[in-house]
Design a protein around this ligand. Structure first.
Ligand code: URA
Length: 446
């Protein structure tokens, strides 16, 4: 097989064979195919697209480029979740303990934040001592003992995706549905998932800003899952405004703890309960034979773990198992605190019509909560609290945001970022929905 021929065939709009895709991906992962040929191939895929079969083959080739975790010895069924990345998205910190408290063990590998999106690992590292780097043996041992583990991705999971993603980033080929779908699904499959709940964010603060496009991506990932025997459900959730009120690492951990203690913002709670219910559905009915009413029951079961304290107890257990200082969980005022705390008042009265999540995220990055380049240091203490959400009424002078900062120049820049981010209306505005749609493989059949 010749690499140039494979590039040429894709360039001319032909469907690649399974063998050609496998040859290309394994060759690239082993450094036998140079970046310039992979870049040309990516651009051909970007422009010509891929059939569903090609996308499934690409997913599996990338998953097979490294280790595929086998969790069968520690989990009866491995139900994973994945968020496409957003602002204030602390869902995993709440959902995993809830699901584990319902008796369904969860073993998850998460990522770090980059650009405007936050990452679960960075949030967890707000807790002193929490170890995100675990060996596979430790990963399995913790979930076997505690029914929950949450750490960073091991380096040999889908390495071809890691290489290709970095190349896509610098060749303007990120935004392609088959490339995004295969990238996400290859990592979930390599991490040993038997079933997957995808949280596909849509809006100003998401990767996808258009609902129809997000739905297409969701459907493609659900179809990939179904093609390889992994039941997959995708939830399309709002990311026009931040999820919950807190954006910034320690602030988000505090908010997650409040939610685990049966409090916290309403939208965060609603969001987490819905995702947890879908995970329970997949764990209990991997064959898709659940009755209609099951979801409502699972939602109530998950809500009960918040009410009776079992989800919070699971979170404590997780933190202790991974070496974190549990005193910071019991007393969140011990988490990293910023030195400068300043509120931004509303300049006028009115109903909040728009609150751009991207502006809030960029203000948090400006404060030091996120990183512009991979490997940049972050400040766990800083961030933004959002006091009013779309649909709420605000009176002139009432606090709209509270900024937590450790540097006055950064604070000034973050304030400038937020100065015009809220759009007001004199007449009542509707709150934004938490979810827009749920995509299941039933849609594939209909
Ligand atoms: N997240 C991924 O893991 N891959 C993509 O291609 C896009 C988002």
């Amino acid at each position: 097989m010749r690499v140039t021929e494979i590039i040429e065939r894709k360039r001319d709009g032909h469907e690649l064979t399974t063998a050609e895709i496998e040859f290309f991906i394994q060759g690239y992962a082993r450094d036998e195919i140079p970046d310039y040929q992979a870049a040309a191939w990516l651009m051909a895929v970007y422009l010509r697209g891929m059939s569903r079969r090609e996308t499934v083959d690409l997913t599996m080739a990338m998953a097979r480029s490294g280790d595929i975790l086998n969790l069968k010895d520690v989990l009866p069924i491995s139900v994973d979740k994945h968020s496409s990345g957003g602002v204030g998205d602390k869902t995993s910190l709440v959902v995993l303990p809830m699901v584990a408290a319902c008796g369904v063990p969860v073993a998850k590998m998460s990522g770090r934040g980059l650009g405007f999106t936050g990452g679960t690992l960075d949030k967890l590292e707000s807790i002193s001592g929490y170890r995100v780097a675990l060996s596979i043996a430790e990963f399995k041992e913790i979930v076997r003992k505690h029914g929950i583990v949450l750490c960073g991705q091991s380096s040999n999971l889908a390495p071809a995706d890691g290489k290709l993603y970095a190349l896509r980033d610098v060749t303007a080929t990120v935004n392609s549905l088959p490339l995004i779908a295969s990238s996400i699904m290859s990592k979930k499959i390599a991490a040993g998932a038997d079933a997957i709940v995808l949280d596909v964010k849509v809006g100003f603060g998401a990767f996808m800003t258009d609902i129809e496009q997000a739905k297409q991506l969701a459907l493609l990932m659900v179809q990939i899952g179904a093609s390889v025997g992994k039941r997959t459900i995708a939830m399309l959730s709002d990311m026009n405004q931040p999820l919950g009120a807190a954006v910034g690492n320690a602030l988000e951990v505090k908010e997650a703890i409040a939610c685990l203690q049966d409090g916290g913002p309403r939208d965060l709670r609603e969001h987490c309960l819905a995702i947890a219910a879908q995970m329970l559905r997949l764990a209990r009915h991997p064959e898709g034979d659940e009755p209609e009413y099951a979801l409502a029951e699972y939602m109530a079961e998950a809500a009960e773990t918040l009410r009776n304290g079992s989800a919070f107890a699971k979170f404590r257990e997780l933190v202790i198992a991974q070496g974190g200082d549990v005193r910071q969980v019991d007393d969140p005022s011990l988490l990293p605190q910023a030195q400068l705390v300043e509120s931004i008042p509303a300049p006028r009265s009115g109903y909040v019509e728009q609150l751009n999540a991207l502006d809030v995220a960029m203000a948090a990055v400006e404060l030091g909560a996120g990183r512009e380049r991979k490997g940049d240091p972050i400040d766990h203490a800083v961030g933004v609290l959002v006091h009013k959400k779309v649909g709420e009424y605000v009176t002139a002078g009432e606090p709209l945001f509270t900024l937590h900062a450790n540097d006055s120049a950064r604070l000034a820049r973050a304030k400038a970022r937020l100065a015009r981010t809220v759009v007001y209306s004199s007449t009542p505005t509707l709150p934004l929905p938490t979810f827009y749609d749920v995509v299941t493989d039933a849609e594939r059949r209909s």
